[in-house]
Design a binder for this molecule. Structure first.
Ligand code: BES
Ligand code: MN
Ligand code: ZN
Length: 464
């Protein structure tokens, strides 16, 4: 039962519940909870929602996490959710999201030495139809995010580019989605040099994974294109990472995982009336005698030449293929890319906001609003001619990284801007800080967050 701090419970509530709601330690503030045990009734968990006028989706999500954590503690199998006023259908959804996200288990490979997971399945419902429906949508959205989290959590010896392609195929097969996988040989022959070059040192070939959602009759319309950096492991290449910075780089595919999760959410819940294409630029950045090197020069299919100054700035090299593809092959109406692109954005914004860069104020605002609503928040950072000048090389058009480490997240975004057609609205979201979570509180445990799935789904819900 949700309890607002400035509203009294209905007089019909059981006396034990009324008493519990008046306990000293419980005033209905956010984060608080207490329990009542009325005779011949199930336990009532009271969860504080704060002031009624200030209540919103984010607070509903936080309250859902508080409730969910207690429900898990007591091994509940069924829970009925009620509160005296449901003004907004999104509140029920937020609750469902929190419960669903909380249900995700990072332990993908319990072996013979692990204790079995004894958590029972939890069935949730409400007597309020709007809330009940919201719960179902929220859980479906969380499942799409959890799908992305599981992929991001899957280790690099298993989740290589071919595995990601198979995961996309499997996900799409049960849904109204189409998948194509373009091999690195095909890409190279077609002038898409980024994925093939970055992936060359690995025995696990890179590929471009394309997923399409097309509502009936929309075949000839320009799609929204979502591009996801899908580096299944980032050793840094010949510009090798120091060992402490390498561990954890399985999450370097989180952008692609989020795009896959968003496509799933689009097919299952959002069903927007717009064509959506997801592109995963998949490769493993590895080391071998055949690895690409600092000093190599690449010529992209849009004619832009790039001097590789650092093989650890590989994300932008594969994303460039995806952006050119989105413009030339898909004739995108707008493009949003997600990437764990720079350590610099982690320094700048931590895990609270992702960095967003955009050539289009409206697109940027729409994504910012979707982020605020879903709790997957983004903060705008600049694109500017000054930064474009900074990326100049003396042997080619661009360097992939300026050695002086100035404005690293901006360098990454600026590099990408050279691969988007002028006039095509584009936003780049650097999720290096938000893709993972290092604490066990609220809706999340230590591990991947699925950041971007609910944000993109909401953006398309509002603009589909
Ligand atoms: N995958 C990394 C960025 C990253 C850092 C992701 C931390 C997740 C957590 C990216 O490819 C990278 O290595 N970036 C370098 C770029 C630099 C060498 C030009 C960085 O940010 O240090
Ligand atoms: Mn790197
Ligand atoms: Zn990387």
């Amino acid at each position: 039962m949700g309890v607002f701090s400035d509203r009294s419970l209905p007089a019909t509530a059981a006396s034990e519940v009324l008493m519990a709601s008046k306990r000293k330690e419980f005033s209905g503030k956010e984060g608080q909870w207490t329990e009542a045990f009325p005779a011949n009734m199930p336990r009532i968990l009271l969860v504080g929602l704060g002031e009624f006028a200030a209540f919103n989706e984010s607070k509903a999500r936080e309250a859902g996490a508080v409730a969910g954590r207690r429900l898990a503690q007591v091994q509940a199998r069924t829970a009925q959710f009620e509160m005296d006023r449901w003004e907004d259908p999104m509140w029920g959804r937020a609750l469902g999201e929190a419960l669903g996200l909380l249900a995700w288990n990072p332990m993908l490979y319990p072996g013979a030495a692990a204790k079995p997971d004894t958590r029972p399945d939890l069935t949730v419902f409400s007597s309020n139809e709007t809330l009940d429906h919201g719960l179902a949508d929220g859980i479906a959205l969380a499942e799409a995010a959890n799908f992305a989290r599981t992929l991001a959590q899957t280790p690099p010896n298993i989740a290589n580019p071919a595995y990601m392609a198979e995961a996309a195929r499997e996900m799409a097969a049960e849904r109204n989605l189409k998948v194509d996988v373009l091999s690195d040989e095909y890409l190279l022959a077609a002038g898409y040099v980024g994925i093939a070059t970055v992936g060359r040192a690995s025995i696990n070939s890179g590929c471009l994974i394309r997923i399409e959602y097309c509502p009936e009759g929309m075949e000839d319309t320009a799609p929204v294109v979502l591009v996801g950096k899908t580096i299944t492991y980032d050793t840094g290449g010949l510009s090798l990472k120091i060992s402490g910075a390498m561990a954890g780089m399985k999450v370097d595919k989180a952008g692609g995982c989020a795009v896959l999760g968003a496509m799933r959410a689009i097919a299952d819940v959002v069903k927007p009336n717009v064509r959506v294409v997801g592109l995963l630029t998949a490769a493993e950045n590895s080391v071998s005698d055949d690895a690409y090197r600092p000093d190599d020069v690449l010529t992209y299919s849009n004619g832009v030449t790039v001097e590789v100054t650092n093989t650890d700035a590989e994300g932008r090299l594969v994303l460039a293929d995806g952006l050119i593809w989105a413009c030339d092959r898909e004739k995108a109406k707008c493009i949003v890319d997600l990437a764990t692109l720079t350590g610099g954005v982690v320094v700048a914004l931590g895990s609270t906001f992702a960095g967003i860069f955009s050539t289009d104020d409206q697109l940027c605002q729409d994504l910012t609003d979707a982020g605020q609503a879903t709790g997957e928040r983004v903060w705008r950072l600049p694109l500017d001619q000054g930064y474009r000048d900074m990326m100049k090389s003396n042997v080619a058009d661009l360097v992939n990284s300026v050695p002086n480490r100035k404005a690293h997240p901006v360098q990454g975004a600026t590099f990408l801007s050279f691969f988007v057609n002028e006039g095509t609205p584009w936003a780049h979201i650097d999720i290096a800080g938000t893709a993972g979570n290092d604490s066990d509180k609220g809706m999340f445990v230590n591990g991947p967050t699925g950041f971007g799935v609910r944000l993109l789904a909401r953006y398309l819900e509002n603009h589909g």
